[in-house]
Design a protein around this ligand. Structure first.
Ligand code: ZN
Length: 356
């Protein structure tokens, strides 16, 4: 092992991590896009597909690092010690105040926990952005064409982080010289976004509908998420022969309820931005409008699954469902389990930024 690698491998963190923090909180509450949290969680749980992990399952796969060939490729080697990891970290240090090199030392299997626990909220986000991009480079070299440039990755990450955090109401200073105003102006429409997570152990379904008065076509959508903001299932659909926006919203509500019931063990919240739908679901009395049959169906579900509540969403807090309903209105339909469809992943990430 080269001396420099040895130091990084054997060094110890100078301060003990805050015992109140859990790796779960450090990862899932990090101010980074959802896909990066998923990546960090794989590192934290030693399930990233590095050669040593793959070798354990498939003996014919070499455990040695295929990039530098110096040692076995575990997650710390791939993301911290390997040549490509060092190069990107060095490059980013010119712009970001990353934790010191000592904090990147290998402190055992929980090295990521120590690294994240010993830095600030801002530092945690920077570290996860960095490691996520290192993993991209590693895969590009091993499985892609190897053309991704480290020099180009630094400005890419800086822009990505700035645009992601431009929507946050918190001051976020990657140079570590707070207070600092946002690099980009915060779009007014995002400022008040505050999707509220469901309670731990419960799920929330956000629903929405789009109605075309000319064709009478509607698009309906529902997106079910857990208390970490993770998408359990998202579905969108196109329905014909619908005669009012309210009818469209009820169809969306029914879609959301069915998904919620099938995924939540009957504990959760249905959230719609249709005032009339919410009020009618909350009322005891029988609805006598033209939509009584559809409302009766919803109320029957709510009677059986009486631990599901119905709440009003502000339309600003219902953006992923709204965007998917527009897909449905355009004639598309689909279902996505475990992750959002890529077209709304940014909207889902923005909602996650408010999870504290
Ligand atoms: Zn290597």
């Amino acid at each position: 092992m080269q001396p420099a690698l040895e130091v990084l491998s054997r060094g110890q963190s100078s301060s003990e991590p805050n015992g109140d923090r859990s790796i779960w909180d450090l990862v899932w509450k990090a101010k980074v896009p959802h896909k990066m949290r998923v990546f960090a969680w794989k590192v934290a749980t030693s399930t990233l597909a590095v050669c040593e992990n793959v070798h354990r399952r498939i003996v014919s796969v070499d455990a040695m690092c295929p990039i530098c060939g110096v040692e076995g490729e575990d997650d710390h080697h791939a993301l911290v010690r390997c040549t490509i990891a060092r190069a990107l970290r060095d490059e980013l240090r010119k712009s970001w105040k990353l934790p010191s090199e000592e904090n990147f030392y290998h402190t055992g299997r929980e090295w990521l926990f120590h690294l994240l626990a010993n830095t600030s909220t801002v530092g945690r986000a920077l570290v996860i952005f960095l490691l996520w991009r290192v993993w991209h480079h590693r895969n590009d070299i091993i499985h892609g064409d190897g053309k991704a440039s480290v020099a180009a990755s630094a400005p890419y990450l800086i822009n990505y982080l700035n645009s992601f955090h431009a929507t946050s109401t918190n001051t976020f200073d990657p140079k570590g010289k707070a207070p600092m105003h946002h690099v980009q102006a915060t779009p007014e429409c995002w400022e008040e976004t505050a999707w509220i997570v469901p309670k731990e152990g419960e799920l929330k379904a956000n629903v929405d509908a789009g109605w075309d008065p000319l064709t009478k076509k509607i698009g309906i959508a529902a997106i079910v998420r857990d208390h970490g903001g993770q998408v359990v299932v998202a579905a969108w659909n196109s329905v014909e022969g619908c005669f009012s926006p309210e009818e469209a919203e009820i169809h969306a509500g029914l879609l959301g309820l069915r998904l919620l019931i099938s995924t939540s063990k009957g504990l959760g919240t249905l959230e719609s931005d249709c005032h009339r739908l919410v009020i009618t679901c909350q009322e005891e009395s029988l609805d006598r409008s033209a939509h009584w049959a559809l409302y009766s169906e919803i109320k029957e579900f709510l009677r059986v699954y009486n631990q599901i509540s119905v709440c009003k969403a502000d339309s600003r807090n219902n953006r992923p469902a709204h965007a998917l309903s527009q897909l449905g209105k355009a004639g598309s339909s689909g279902i996505s389990w475990g992750s959002p469809p890529s077209c709304v992943s940014d909207l889902v990430d923005r909602d996650c930024m408010n999870i504290v």
